[in-house]
Unconditional design. Structure first.
Length: 128
C-alpha cells in the first residue's frame, strides 16, 4: 500500500489595476511564499500586466515544488470598489494550471461595500 499523498495549498490572489499580489499558504493558513508584481519588475506601469502575472506563477511553482504541493485552492480578490479583479488574475490562474497544478476550486472573495460611513455634509447636502 504505497499510496502517494499529494499536499494541498491555497493561493490567494489580490489583483488590482495597479498591482498583482499572490500568496501561497498551506491549509492551516501559514504563509509559504508571497510574490508581487514589484518583486518581478521595477516598472510601475507593468506590475498589473498579465505577462508579469505569468512570472509570478512560475516563482510560486518553484516554491511549491520544494513543499511538494500539487493541488491548489485559488481565491481571487479584486479591489473593493472596482467592477472585478485586475488583468493579472486570469493570467495567473491560467499559468498555474499549465504548470501542472490541479486546481480544485476558484473562489471570488472580492469585498462588497454595504452603506459605509456617513457622507460629508448635513441633511440638505454639502454646500460648495
Amino acid at each position: 500500500m504505497n499510496k502517494e499523498t499529494t499536499k494541498t495549498g491555497i493561493v490567494s490572489i489580490y489583483s488590482t489595476f495597479n498591482n498583482t499580489i499572490a500568496q501561497l499558504t498551506d491549509l492551516a493558513g501559514n504563509t509559504i511564499a508571497k510574490v508581487t508584481g514589484g518583486i518581478i519588475t521595477k516598472h510601475d506601469r507593468l506590475k498589473a500586466n498579465p505577462t508579469i502575472a505569468m512570472f509570478i506563477a512560475k516563482r510560486l511553482k518553484e516554491v511549491a515544488i520544494d513543499y511538494e504541493i500539487k493541488n491548489l485552492y485559488v481565491r481571487v480578490r479584486g479591489q473593493t470598489t472596482s467592477t472585478g479583479p485586475g488583468p493579472g488574475a486570469h493570467a495567473l490562474v491560467k499559468t498555474l494550471s499549465k504548470e501542472g497544478f490541479r486546481i480544485i476550486s476558484i473562489a471570488d472573495i472580492t469585498r462588497v461595500p454595504r452603506g459605509g460611513p456617513k457622507k460629508k455634509g448635513c441633511r440638505r447636502g454639502r454646500r460648495v
